[in-house]
Design a protein around this ligand. Structure first.
Ligand code: PA5
Length: 447
């Protein structure tokens, strides 16, 4: 198996007795999830997705991916939060950071509608000049401002390039089956569309059409990815914190939080997992950060960040622990010999870069543990579609169980609305007049 979770580095912080003490709570949280009897139980569609995903929909996705590959040089994926992070994470996890620069017979893929930067959007528009493009616009609600703005811009571009009918041929919408502005547009203009089930929330949607279509366009075998998730489903279906790694991870996170470790850093030693970290931060941040509770999810890419925030991790405020994903793939570049040994590195000549990366990993884990930073460990010996699916399901399930153990509803995100309301008011959206006046008055007192 390419995935191994271990708590071997955490024994000096968490004892068997600690685990035994929290075990009943975690087992109860797991039961709540399996029985579908907890808060947010109308958003549990993701639990069974790896097993019961719609085979016809998967075939339709593969067909659409082939069509997109045949029609364009560039696929523009429009979405924010859970509507883009999973797909982008998968593409980088599997293909590495330079998918777009690789020689391939699949289109380049760019992600927009995930920010409101004019310069960023312009950069992508410039890249698209003289290229054939398709668009996959993804929004469950169909009303999110950032992707809606980007979609307006790209829809206009497509119409300018290909005419109204030609544009409609090139737009693929992933949205609610009945509600929202995007569903209405898809039905009105005849865009090929894919359904996000009512019971699958954004950050749990990577194994749904939200993630699967862009991932399939990049040439990944989506069924292999779902098979990986299905294996994790089976592996973590039963047991308690002593026998089920997923429950153990949820338990230790909660124990460490109770011991004052309120920041979890997901660290990776391969930049291909940078976006996996971003996906993970959304998953845990939106699921657990509420009611004044939760661990703050952070991330670092090693060894790069050992030369920046590594100092803080080693010696700064002692509030954090790490979950370390050690990518241990023994292939690739070997360190050359230098006849003059000008840099004194000949002791490494002939060794693989991975050998050095592993020693850096071992040294870092021990140094951070000595610095009072507990380390949990996940070892990955490949970066396949199967592994990505497995990892996703491990984290999704751990997140749900951990959230229930914490006592929150892991499936809502009420706090996200606060900035939206203010932004709409300040933008003069109809219906927000009173709030606009109040906010402007507050802003003027700050001037
Ligand atoms: O996890 C979530 O629910 C959110 O991050 C959403 O995915 C994000 O806000 C985008 O929403 P929508 O797909 O409705 O545009």
């Amino acid at each position: 198996m390419a995935f191994v979770f271990s708590d071997k580095y955490v024994h000096s912080f968490i004892s068997e007795a600690d685990l035994a003490a929290i075990n009943p709570e975690v087992v109860a949280a797991h039961k709540t999830l399996c029985d579908k009897s907890g808060k947010g139980n109308d958003f549990l569609g993701w639990v069974e997705l790896p097993k019961n995903y719609d085979r016809d929909e998967a075939a339709k996705i593969k067909k659409a991916a082939e069509k997109i590959c045949g029609m364009c040089d560039v696929l523009i994926v429009i979405g924010i939060g859970g509507s883009y992070l999973g797909a982008r994470a998968a593409i980088e996890f599997i293909h590495g950071n330079y998918y777009n620069n690789k020689k391939k017979n699949t289109p380049d893929i760019y992600f927009v509608g995930k920010d409101i930067s004019s310069a960023h959007l312009q950069d992508i528009l410039d890249i698209c000049k003289d290229k054939d493009i398709c668009v996959n616009v993804i929004s469950k609600s169909g009303t999110t401002t950032e992707p809606a703005i980007a979609f307006r811009v790209f829809r206009d571009l497509l119409i300018e390039k290909y005419g109204k009918e030609g544009a409609a041929e090139r737009i693929f919408a992933t949205t609610d089956k009945a509600r929202g502005a995007l569903r209405k547009q898809a039905d009105t203009y005849g865009y090929e569309s894919f359904v996000i089930a009512d019971d699958v929330g954004g950050r749990f949607s990577v194994l749904s059409p939200v993630g699967l279509l862009p991932i399939a366009v990049s040439g990944v075998d989506i069924e292999e990815m779902l098979a990986g998730a299905a294996k994790a489903y089976d592996d973590f279906a039963e047991g308690d914190v002593f026998t089920n790694g997923c429950l153990k991870y949820a338990a230790i996170r909660n124990l460490l939080l109770r011991a004052g470790k309120s920041v979890e850093i997901l660290t990776v030693n391969d930049p291909a997992l940078t976006l996996t970290c971003e996906w993970w931060k959304q998953l845990f941040g939106e699921s657990e950060g509420k009611d004044g509770k939760g661990l703050y999810p952070s991330s670092a890419v090693y060894s790069t960040d050992l030369h920046s925030i590594g100092q803080f991790i080693q010696e700064g405020t002692r509030v954090m622990f790490e979950t370390v994903i050690n990518v241990n793939i023994e292939e690739g570049i070997t360190i050359p010999t230098d006849a003059e040994d000008g840099d004194g590195l000949n002791f490494l000549a002939g060794k693989s870069l991975n050998f050095v990366n592993q020693k850096a990993h071992d040294g870092t884990v021990l140094a951070h543990t000595d610095g009072n930073v507990p380390n949990l460990s996940i070892e990955l010996t490949s970066r396949s579609a199967f592994d990505f699916g497995y990892l996703v399901y491990f984290f999704e399930k751990a997140c749900a169980v951990s959230g229930y153990t914490l006592g929150v509803n892991p499936f809502d995100q009420p706090g996200v609305e606060a900035y939206k309301k203010n932004m709409f008011a300040l933008l003069n959206k109809p219906g927000y007049t009173e709030l606009k006046e109040a906010l402007e008055a507050r802003l003027s007192t700050l001037e």
